[in-house]
Design a protein around this ligand. Structure first.
Ligand code: SF4
Length: 586
């Protein structure tokens, strides 16, 4: 029973920043398919829970993946996952709403349903009184197909307007409670809803997706939902707990999308067009946050281009706090912003050159020169920043060995510039991530590099960086990236692979990797597709992609044109939403 004791301790340690309402008669459990400390650092999860909980028709609770030690204990005792607030069986709720930000958590969705005593496969829940299982979140937004056989209904896009519409429709259909298929068809009329039952993938003899048969009304596409004006909604910390990975911060979302269009980055395409909150709105939110925490975490894809960001940093510093932006594009850091960030003890800043060579930065459309990176580092160190975190990627399309070595050279030049400032450079961390091709980006057709090749590049860089002195290398495992690519680019057949991983109780990159390799060795005898088919294969330009049925309002030809420009090392200027209509999003 220590599992329950831990939940009660956590509830007691939380501070809820809004007025809780007495619940209605519709019971909804909002589920985050990962552990508590990660869930409570996720603004998307907090916002979705808040939308459900403040709806007068709903009595909402939360559920999380139990911690690793709890999972071991629960397996031994054959215990079921229950809700966080009231310890209710998940099967008793009317709706289980999964909020999924990361595609690697798809495996946890299946594990949680099974551990809750609910049949994971949608087909095994038809015509019965099981809760309605719905899912949304940025992972689902990109490619829901690997879990399409397990979820009754997806909500594709931003939830602020879509969830209330879904709830209203759910209420209207309460009388058809016993006719689950009819009710689902009614719910699927909400704009952004995706009913997997309407779509049947057809594969050719080699396992390629040949076509998708559609049996629903209207068009065979799902139009993803976006809200136009972010200022109409506040997205900031709603429940504070020190146990969250950002426990010392009050988080404020500044923007959705990104104007720069880096060709590997899903956020720069899926949330188009870029939308910012106004400086007045952000300053007001930051001031509210400072009554709770001294650090304001500014959340979004790229924070140095947020209009008025220097003024926001100054307002926070004037009030005795400090602003912690999620990531800064080096050439957009103004002296005013650098100075404001360095006040009140902010000694660490993250900069993301992403690639070491000028050539690769053109390939990925970074629009960032070496001179600009060095000038930014010099300015940051000059204003008192001691610790620099530098983000790079390896295994990118068009990459050559020379480009990888340039990561070490650029880090060396940054260190030299910083030392020339005669200021102490405390810690330089190079964070290295293997390239993972993401749906809805110009690199969606490109394969992930063979993990062995990425591993040797990381080893080479480790040696080169060690020669520079105080530089720490923090590299993501290529095996982890392999699984991420599988679920990013997978079709519905990947669902069966996830079931096998769940049945084998695989946890962590190592165990998952070994089971995936076992599946590949077994070949056709496993009855499963070869994971390499989705990970290390180049998708043909004219191939039907698993996520093509979602209408992201971006022309496919535009993504292909961007891919071709990458080959020729041509850059595309950042979005100008006042006059451009080229990609289709504006
Ligand atoms: S239409 Fe132009 S400005 Fe709008 S999102 Fe597309 S590229 Fe950016």
């Amino acid at each position: 029973m220590y599992v329950r004791k831990r939940a009660l301790d956590r509830l007691a340690a939380e501070k809820v920043l809004y007025q809780r309402r007495p619940g209605g008669d519709l019971s909804v459990c909002v589920v985050y398919p990962n552990i508590y400390r990660l869930a409570m650092a996720n603004l998307g999860f907090q916002s979705v829970f808040h939308i459900f909980e403040t709806d007068s028709r709903v009595a909402a609770e939360r559920a999380f993946l139990p911690d690793a030690d709890e999972r071991v204990d629960m397996r031994k005792r054959n215990e079921r996952i229950v809700s966080f607030e009231q310890a209710r069986a998940l099967s008793e709720f009317d709706i289980l709403a999964f909020s999924i930000s990361f595609e690697t958590d798809y495996l946890n969705v299946i594990a949680m349903l099974r551990t809750a005593g609910i049949p994971p496969r949608r087909a095994d829940r038809a015509n019965s009184n099981w809760p309605l299982i719905i899912a949304g979140g940025s992972a689902v937004f990109l490619n829901p197909e690997p879990i399409a056989d397990f979820i009754d209904l997806f909500l594709i896009g931003e939830g602020e307007e879509m969830i209330p519409e879904f709830l209203a429709r759910f209420h209207q259909t309460r009388t058809s409670k016993d006719d689950r298929p009819a009710r689902l068809r009614e719910l699927a009329t909400v704009e952004g809803a995706y009913l997997p039952d309407y779509f049947t993938p057809i594969y050719d003899g080699r396992g390629h997706l040949e076509a998708v048969e559609y049996c629903g009304p209207g068009k065979p596409t799902v139009s993803r939902r976006l809200i136009r004006d972010l200022n109409q909604f506040t997205t900031a910390s709603l429940i504070l707990t020190e146990e969250s990975v950002f426990g010392d911060m009050f988080l404020v979302e500044a923007s959705r999308g990104c104007q720069w269009g880096c060709r590997f980055c899903a956020a720069g395409f899926m949330y188009r067009p870029i939308r910012y909150r106004s400086p007045e709105h952000l300053i007001a939110e930051a001031r509210r946050g400072l009554t709770e925490r001294s650090v304001i975490g500014l959340v979004g894809a790229e924070m140095a281009s947020v209009p008025g960001v220097a003024g926001i940093a100054e307002a926070v510093a004037d009030a005795g706090g400090r602003l912690s932006p999620s990531s800064l594009k080096a050439d957009c850091i103004s002296p005013q912003l650098a100075a404001a960030l360095a006040r009140n003890g902010n000694h660490s800043v993250t900069v993301a050159p992403e690639a070491g060579s000028e050539r690769m930065r053109k390939v990925i459309n970074k629009n960032l020169s070496e001179a600009e990176i060095l000038a930014a580092a010099e300015m940051m160190v000059g204003t008192g920043v001691e610790n620099l975190k530098l983000y790079f990627m390896v295994g990118l399309p068009e990459e050559r060995d020379h480009d990888v070595r340039e990561i070490a050279h650029l880090t060396g030049k940054i260190l030299a510039r910083a030392r020339a400032q005669k200021k102490s450079v405390g810690h330089v961390t190079v964070s290295l991530n293997p390239f993972v091709p993401k749906p809805w980006t110009p690199f969606q057709w490109d394969p992930m590099e063979e993990p062995r090749a990425t591993k040797s590049k990381i080893a080479m860089l480790r040696g080169e960086l060690a020669k520079l002195g105080p530089v720490e290398l923090d590299a993501e495992s290529p095996r982890e990236a392999y699984f991420q690519t599988l679920v990013s680019r997978g079709n519905r057949r990947v669902g069966a692979i996830l079931e096998r991983l769940d049945a084998a109780h695989c946890e962590g990159a190592g165990e998952i990797w070994h089971e995936l390799k076992r599946i590949a060795r077994e070949g056709a005898a496993s009855g499963l597709p070869d994971p390499d088919f989705f990970v290390t294969r180049h998708f043909a330009d004219d191939e039907v992609l698993p996520w093509d049925f979602i209408d992201h309002h971006i022309h496919k030809w535009f993504l292909l044109a961007e891919r071709k420009k990458a080959h020729y090392e041509h850059q595309t200027p950042p979005c100008d939403v006042t006059k451009c209509v080229v990609c289709g999003a504006c």
